[in-house]
Design a protein around this ligand. Structure first.
Ligand code: NAD
Length: 474
């Protein structure tokens, strides 16, 4: 596979209005120069997606399914190349990158299967003299905006259901990690996606061009994954034309360890929930609530496991924690730790930024009071603040003390108790005695300010379909 660096519009790789470098955050070197998109390119992408929509929407579900299936197969066959690319532009370790590629490919397989299972229904009215036909139709041209932390997974989680539903798309990846998105578009082209059905633009800065696209009367749908801050701006933009929105936003996941939990298992689970992707995940455990009775043993074991991780450039043998995506992101992590320490946090391990080069921040464990400021923020890095609690009610109240509600984790030795706590926590997803639950076959999404809508599972395709009711007298 060849590295792509151009925009993709109407079935062609084209130049844009300029170029920007893409960096390897583990040493600051330039990996490639990519093309950027201005008004002309963004308008051309909307033109192409709009022109391609009627024919694509009419294709047989089986036809769309087979293209997606082919894309899945190519992605798996080229997983090593793609993982290397993800690791290079994002900084994450190669094992995480490979895991992401296989997870990302699964969205193409899952939605290739869902394509042929979109069902309507035929109902009788209560009066008996009418029939109610319910059917689902593709919404139309969809704008897909993705973040840098899972450059492959977040793209396929949107492109898969959109294409399955019969929508055409314009993908706008994060400017830090566009190469992976370009490689995925290349795969879709080779899998046989017709021209105009997928388009890729990289406007920078993103705001004005995204606003322009959202105000184009031919664009009907927005699917966004990123921060709550930007999501809020885009919901307001989308409101002008009442565009349908799916929002996968920030998280600040509580990780609750009850007093009857298996401590070693809980430590293992937290290592995964906190450290997958170097902590740069919306699902990352960020507020660790541990029962007072077991807190000392838990903290000692967890801090030991964290201090033993090998921090190194993502592609170095044995690396377990790579670089953050940029110096700017790394500095945000450092500032949150400083804030926490000023507020009385005790550093159990880590907390000292290494000399450069590279955007590295070490695995850090803090013990903090429940009012410590760090608990209010989504820490997008390898930092785990631990708080103690005295009973289940207090644990639930602490877990719910957040504007976010994406995912939570509960560890307990008794399933019924864990389910009672899981049901009382206000989040879209809860993992019981597991450090990871992301699954293409399950509905992913958040409550409160973590978002609107669900991706994956049976729900994901409906973010790109609208329900039509056809009424008839008989
Ligand atoms: P971000 O919000 O800064 O950027 C996300 C995308 O929006 C990027 O493509 C960016 O270029 C674009 N963007 C930025 N400003 C914009 C504007 N004014 N108008 C239009 N587009 C704009 O987020 P990020 O730093 O790339 O990613 C991290 C965030 O993403 C975290 O908050 C994380 O929790 C969230 N996230 C959520 C999920 C989920 O499924 N809920 C998954 C992954 C990441």
């Amino acid at each position: 596979m060849q590295l792509k660096t151009d925009l993709y519009i109407d079935g062609k790789w084209v130049k844009g209005n300029g170029s920007v470098p893409v960096y390897d955050p583990s040493d600051g070197s330039v990996i490639a120069e990519i093309q950027t998109a201005g008004e002309k390119e963004c308008d051309a992408a909307v033109d192409a997606a709009y022109r391609a929509f009627p024919d694509w929407a009419k294709t047989a579900p089986r036809y769309r399914a087979e293209i997606l299936r082919k894309a899945f197969e190519i992605m798996v066959a080229e997983a090593d190349f793609l993982a290397e690319l993800v690791s290079k532009e994002n900084g994450k370790v190669i094992t995480d990158a490979k895991g992401e590629i296989l997870y990302a490919a699964e969205f193409f397989r899952w939605f290739s299967e869902e394509t042929v299972r979109v069902q309507g229904d035929f109902r009788k009215s209560p009066s008996g003299d009418k029939r109610i036909l319910v059917t689902h139709q593709p919404i139309g041209v969809s704008l897909l905006i993705t973040p840098w932390n899972f450059p492959a997974g977040m793209a396929t989680r949107k492109i898969g259901p959109a294409l399955a539903a019969g929508c055409t798309v314009i993908l706008k990846p994060a400017i830090e990690t566009p190469l992976t998105a370009m490689a995925i578009i290349d795969i879709l082209e080779r899998a046989g996606v017709p021209k105009g059905v997928v388009n890729l633009v990289t406007p920078t800065p993103a705001g004005p061009m995204v606003s322009r696209i959202l105000h184009d009367s031919r664009v009907m749908n927005l699917s966004f994954t990123g921060s709550t801050e930007v999501g809020r701006v885009l919901i307001k933009e989308a409101a002008d034309r009442v565009i349908r929105c799916s929002m996968e936003l920030g998280g600040n996941a509580p990780f609750v360890v009850l007093d009857d939990a298996n401590i070693d298992e809980a430590v293992k689970g937290l290592m995964l929930a906190k450290m997958r992707n170097g902590g740069a995940a919306c699902t990352a455990a960020n507020r660790i609530y541990v029962h007072k009775k077991i807190a000392d043993e838990f903290t000692t074991k967890f801090a030991k496991a964290m201090s033993e991780l090998k921090m190194a450039p993502g592609r170095e043998a044995g690396a377990q924690l790579g670089a953050s995506v940029s110096i700017k992101e790394r500095d945000k992590i450092a500032q949150l730790v400083e804030l926490s320490v000023k507020g009385g946090a005790k550093v159990e391990t880590g907390g000292v930024m290494p000399e450069g080069p590279g955007a590295f921040y070490p695995p850090t464990v803090l013990t903090v009071d429940k009012s410590n400021e760090i608990l209010k923020y989504e820490v997008f890095g390898p930092v785990a603040p631990i708080v103690t609690f005295e009973n289940d009610e207090e644990a639930i109240a602490l877990a719910n003390d957040s504007d976010f509600g994406l995912i939570s984790y509960v560890y307990s030795g008794e399933l019924g108790r864990a389910i009672r706590v899981a049901e009382a926590i206000d989040s879209g997803m809860v993992a019981i005695n597991r450090g990871m639950i992301s699954d293409p076959a399950a509905p992913f999404g958040g409550n409160k300010q973590s978002g609107l809508g669900r991706e994956g599972g049976f729900d994901g395709i409906h973010e790109f379909l609208q329900t039509k009711y056809i009424g008839v007298d008989i």
